[in-house]
Design a protein around this ligand. Structure first.
Ligand code: UT7
Length: 335
């Protein structure tokens, strides 16, 4: 039986570090509030004065690192999957931009995934199906976000703006004939009844014109979030999804060597950890330094965990995400 294996990982964050105190200079917030409610100490933003970059540029850096780590050449990639909520353009998607910037041969397909915080896991499920069927053998899967250009830095948007950061993560995936290795189980879920709990709705093709000066002045181009509802659903849906993949793989939470959750909020992760009775050694967090990087957060954390020696060959890695949509997903992987 063919399984999908991680052949290499990489990440990239822009160099400008923005501490909580820096945000407190432009809006009414505090380091204490952000650390207590979210767990973030700092995040990285693209420095538009020194080095302007779009999400596809961050993605290129992360992808190069993953290709190097995998010892796979750009010419061997036969599918690109790219997850983001902050593409450089409305269309075409960033997948083709990365293809051109990395000089991946013409004809290789590029698929863009729009599942926000769950985007990387949705992309992983698509890659896994193609690889197990034998359709593609070297898949470049990227999550990349530039959030900083889309945040409301006035007091109106302070609940959302303090959470997010810019960054990218990438992995190279391929087939393995070792039945014990690689992706053992995946699950994907969505509930569109909650689409209005976390969204950026403008410019909207459902309106003529798509954005008016009046609407722009009211801040509708920024993310709108009902944080408490998102929080409440995240802390129940993530453990449910993890137990679902563990059960499919005939494993239990005790078997997990490392749990890497989507880095949404440290309090969310703590509650999920407690529900699953995981020790601190079983859980990886880096939200303190990067904030929530949406589709990039899981691959960025996987790369760091692997490079720091927290993730070793044969370990059972569990991934889970929850976000806008609502969408949520999990995976159990033998590293
Ligand atoms: O990636 C997945 C998507 N997002 C998430 O997973 C986010 C899930 N939700 C959350 O993380 C939390 O709901 C937040 C961190 C967004 C907010 O935390 P909360 O404990 O739910 O706070 P709240 O919205 O109920 O606000 C509590 C107070 C309010 O003041 P009053 O009404 O009690 O006087 C807010 O106005 O905190 C105030 N507040 C702030 N104060 C300082 C909200 N944002 C800030 C801020 N700094 N940045």
């Amino acid at each position: 039986m063919t399984r999908t294996r991680f052949l290499g990982t990489g990440h990239y964050v822009p160099s400008k570090v923005v501490a909580n105190d820096d945000l407190a200079k432009v809006k009414t917030t505090s380091d204490e509030w952000i650390q207590q409610r979210v767990g973030v100490r700092q995040r990285h933003y693209v420095d538009f004065e020194k080095e302007p970059m779009g999400a596809s540029d961050l993605a290129v850096h992360a992808a190069r690192a993953a290709l190097l780590d995998a010892q796979v050449s750009k010419d061997e990639i036969d599918l690109i999957i790219y997850a983001t909520l902050s593409p450089d353009r409305a269309f075409p998607g960033d997948g083709v931009l990365v293809q051109a910037k990395l000089d991946i041969p013409a004809g290789v397909p590029a698929l863009d995934v729009r599942n926000q915080c769950s985007g990387f896991l949705y992309g992983l499920a698509v890659a896994d199906s193609f690889i197990r069927q034998g359709t593609y053998r070297r898949v470049l899967l990227i999550g990349s976000e530039v959030q900083s250009t889309g945040l409301d830095f006035s007091d109106r948007g302070r609940d959302v703006a303090v959470i997010f950061g810019d960054g990218a993560g990438a992995v190279v995936l391929g087939p393995s004939e070792d039945e014990q290795a690689g992706i053992r189980a995946l699950c994907l879920h969505a509930d569109g009844r909650f689409a209005n709990e976390l969204h950026t709705s403008y410019p909207s093709s459902a309106e003529m014109p798509r954005l008016t000066p009046e609407r722009l002045a009211s801040g509708v181009q920024y993310p709108q979030m009902n944080g408490k509802t998102v929080f409440k659903h995240a802390v129940s849906r993530m453990p449910e999804a993890i137990l679902e993949v563990l059960s499919k793989a005939e494993l239990t939470a005790k078997d997990i060597d490392l749990f890497i959750p989507h880095q949404a909020n440290l309090r969310i992760t703590d509650l999920v950890q407690r529900r699953l009775e995981l020790s601190d050694a079983q859980v990886f967090n880096n939200i303190q330094d990067y904030g929530n990087t949406t589709a990039a957060s899981i691959p960025l954390a996987i790369d760091q965990a692997a490079k720091q020696g927290r993730l070793k060959r044969g370990d059972l890695l569990c991934l889970a995400a929850f976000g806008a949509g609502f969408t949520w997903a999990a995976a159990a992987i033998r590293w």
